[in-house]
Design a protein around this ligand. Structure first.
Ligand SMILES: [Zn+2]
Length: 204
C-alpha cells in the first residue's frame, strides 16, 4: 500500500507517527506540482490534513491521539512530495473573552500555492517558530516577508489569489517553504539569531 493510500483510509486519523522528522530527505526535496483535475487521493489527502489540524487544536482529540497542536501542515511532512498544504488559523477570543464571530482567520487546503508578490519589509514572530517535523526548540527570529500575495488552486481546480499579512502570512510562508525543502531554522541568522534587520516587524 502506498503512503497516500494508507493516509486516506476512511478509518485512519493522521497522527504524529505519520509525520516525518528532520533528517528525512523528503523534507529537503522540491515537491512536485499537482495537475488538474486532482485525483480522488489528492482531494482526500487534503481533507485528512485539515482534519488533522482540527484534531490537533481540539484538547480532547489531541490528548487522545497524542498530537502536538498545529496551525499548518504540508504534504511533504507526511512523506508525500506533492505541493499541497493545509492551514487552520483560529481567531482569538474577543477582548471580553467571548468566542470570535468567525472561528477561523484562515481555513484552507491549497494546491500548488505560490508566492507571486511580497513586501520589501520583513517580519518575524516574537516567539520564533516551531514545526511538527522538528522535535526541539530552535530559538531566533525566522525572517520572512511581512506581506505576501499567494496564488493557489482549491480542490475543484479553481484559482484563488489572496493577500496576507501578520500571522497568516508567516504561517503560509512556513508551509510553502516545506514544498521547497526549506526548514524554518534555515531563515534564522545563525551568527545572531535575534538580530533585527532594518525595519523588520516583530509580531507578538
Ligand atoms: Zn513545519
Amino acid at each position: 500500500m502506498s503512503v497516500i493510500e494508507n493516509l486516506i483510509k476512511p478509518a485512519h486519523l493522521i497522527d504524529m507517527k505519520d509525520i516525518i522528522r528532520e533528517g528525512n530527505p523528503t523534507l529537503r526535496a522540491i515537491a512536485e506540482e499537482v495537475s488538474f483535475p486532482l485525483t480522488d487521493e489528492q482531494i482526500l489527502l487534503g481533507e485528512k490534513m485539515m482534519q488533522f489540524l482540527h484534531n490537533s487544536q481540539d484538547p480532547v482529540m489531541a490528548e487522545k491521539l497524542g498530537l502536538r497542536g498545529g496551525v499548518g501542515l504540508a504534504a511533504p511532512q507526511l512523506d508525500v512530495s506533492q505541493r499541497i498544504i493545509a492551514v487552520l488559523l483560529p481567531n482569538p477570543d474577543d477582548e471580553n473573552g467571548k468566542p470570535p464571530k468567525e472561528a477561523y482567520a484562515l481555513r484552507e487546503v491549497m494546491y500548488n500555492p505560490k508566492i507571486v508578490a511580497h513586501s520589501v519589509q520583513d517580519a518575524a514572530l516574537a516567539d520564533g517558530e516551531g514545526c511538527l517535523s522538528v522535535d526541539r526548540d530552535v530559538p531566533g527570529y525566522v525572517v520572512r516577508h511581512a506581506r505576501v500575495t499567494v496564488d493557489y488552486f482549491d480542490k475543484n481546480g479553481e484559482k484563488h489569489r489572496i493577500k496576507l499579512k501578520g500571522y497568516k502570512a508567516i504561517v503560509v510562508q512556513h508551509e510553502i517553504d516545506h514544498l521547497n525543502g526549506i526548514m524554518f531554522y534555515d531563515r534564522i541568522n545563525e551568527a545572531d539569531p535575534f538580530a533585527i534587520k532594518d525595519d523588520m516587524l516583530i509580531l507578538e
